[in-house]
Design a protein around this ligand. Structure first.
Ligand SMILES: Nc1ncnc2c1ncn2[C@@H]1O[C@H](COP(=O)(O)OP(=O)(O)OP(=O)(O)O)[C@@H](O)[C@H]1O
Length: 474
């Protein structure tokens, strides 16, 4: 770790604290995540979800894990550095994002998700804090809860931040899949339009109430399995007719509303896959048509292709973020005089793993597309959500029709349920509060610091409560 010079803390999560640092020799700016828990052998480290999943990911919209270092039983992840997270970015915004800004960012995230799901993983904790931004690029980060699609149920442990948690997870289904990421994306998309969360539940019961309030209580038609699931734990959904999303998100176009509605479907099987979402008409402007193939007077922009927005007139503002605007990364000496930095000096043996060897993604033929919807820029093979073998799940494909539900399940998942009735019944529904706190993290044993940097020793705090001004959702 002595190769890195630590500059400042940029984040603190459930599992670790993240620092901006600079590689002393190359001057490269990196993010170092120091895990709270101690790790006593490599095997344990290599079995971590974050390591196992990220080692396999190589995509322009997934944050790169550059190195894993274990030193004195402390585990460090070295990531590429990103300027800020999406939550910070939204918080600093004084006016709404334009639809094209939202489209561009979501398009990138859906590409990452399509890739990740195709690689056999789903994230399970998508939220604005885990989407990192640098200039026009957005990347998915924090694979601490990522799960292999093929892994054996039941999935019982803590999953995802409440506001973005899918209904099947709230109802403690023991089998679920990548559709939970799609639910979270629906909630995040809506939040990008409104700059406040769509379902800001104060506890799990309130979360379900808020969802019912917005999308209407589930019916036999919309989520028969969910009703069975609720029945089996003796939970009764509150009865709400729902509100048309266009009333709650007045600035969103019909296409945007159509996509958000599809993503926020009660039934996981009715949510589009990420690959399917990329083909939604909402993303039509993201597809580049070579000039030679354009009809003469379409008026389509001649903006050259870049990663991200293609042909869109607006750009995300290059705002400085409260956390760590990118410093001059020419050389470490540029940052060497600050008192608030330290070197990870240790006398111990350093063990490290270079993860580059696992990264095999090669972007290819990204802009040579001719068919707007049949051929996304990055087109992973469409992959169905997992289902226990005995159910033989089928995910239908087809074109989008915004007047219809986009996907019609042919086989419903069998949801095995833990006993949640009491838990849900005992929870208070509190919708009056204006400030919503981050749900408490699961208890973890903190690791110890092994290097000489007194200011690093302070207890890791839970990030400040989110102070969104909430609009009434009902
Ligand atoms: N590569 C990076 N570049 C810049 N900042 C980062 C990077 N990775 C993480 N961060 C910052 O640190 C915060 C916490 O990181 P991360 O989500 O990985 O930690 P965690 O302990 O797994 O959190 P969680 O409680 O969400 O599980 C992020 O929200 C982000 O603001």
């Amino acid at each position: 770790m002595e190769r890195y010079l630590v500059m400042k803390e940029v984040g603190c999560g459930t599992f670790g604290t993240v620092w901006r640092a600079v590689h002393k020799e190359t001057g490269e700016i990196v993010a170092i995540k120091k895990m709270k828990k101690n790790y006593y052998c490599w095997e344990e480290c290599m079995n971590l979800r974050e390591v196992k999943s990220l080692r396999k990911m190589n995509h322009p919209n997934i944050v790169k894990l550059k190195e894993v270092i274990r030193e004195h039983n402390v585990l460090y992840f070295i990531f590429e550095y990103m300027e800020c997270n999406l939550y910070q970015f939204m918080k600093d915004k004084d006016k709404s994002f334009s639809e094209s800004e939202i489209r561009d960012r979501c398009f990138q995230v859906f590409q990452a998700l399509a890739y990740m799901h195709q690689q056999g993983y789903f994230h399970r904790d998508l939220k604005p804090e885990n989407l990192l931004i640098s200039k026009d690029v957005i990347k998915v980060a924090d694979f601490g809860l990522a799960r292999e699609i093929s892994s054996e149920p039941p999935f019982t442990e803590y999953v995802s931040t409440r506001w973005y948690r899918a209904p099947e997870v709230l109802l403690q289904a023991s089998v679920y899949g990548p559709a939970v990421d799609m639910w979270a994306m629906g909630a995040i998309m809506a939040e990008l339009f409104n700059l406040h969360p769509l379902f800001p539940g104060t506890n799990e019961a309130d979360e379900i109430h808020k969802i019912c309030n917005v999308i209407g209580s589930p019916s036999q038609n919309s989520w028969a399995d969910g009703l069975r699931l609720a029945d089996s734990i003796k939970y009764q959904f509150p009865q709400y007719p729902g509100i048309h999303l266009s009333r709650l998100i007045p600035s969103a176009s019909e296409f945007a509303i159509s996509l958000i509605s599809a993503l926020c479907s009660w039934d996981p099987l009715k949510r589009p896959t990420a690959a399917k979402a990329l083909q939604h008409p909402f993303f039509k402007p993201c597809y580049y048509i070579p000039p030679s193939l354009r009809p003469r007077d379409t008026g389509i922009s001649k903006t050259p292709p870049t990663v991200g927005m293609r042909g869109a007139p607006e750009h995300w503002s290059a705002r400085r973020c409260s956390v760590g605007a990118l410093p001059n990364n020419k050389h470490a000496s540029n940052v060497s005089s600050s008192a608030a930095r330290t070197s990870f000096k240790t006398g111990g043996t350093q063990t490290r793993l270079d993860t580059q060897q696992y990264q095999n993604y090669v972007p290819s033929e990204r802009f040579e597309q001719t068919d707007l919807f049949a051929q996304p820029l990055y087109r992973p093979a469409e992959r169905n959500y997992p289902v226990p073998a005995h159910l033989g799940r089928v995910v239908p494909r087809g074109s989008w029709d915004i007047n219809e539900k986009p996907m019609i399940p042919m086989v419903s998942p069998h949801l095995v349920v833990a006993d949640m009735a009491e838990k849900l019944a005992n929870l208070t529904v509190n919708s009056g509060s204006q400030t919503v706190r981050k749900p408490p993290p699961p208890a973890l044993k903190a690791g110890s610091w092994n290097f000489h940097a007194p200011y690093l020793n302070r207890a890791c705090e839970i990030p400040p409560a989110r102070g969104y001004q909430r609009k009434a959702v009902g």
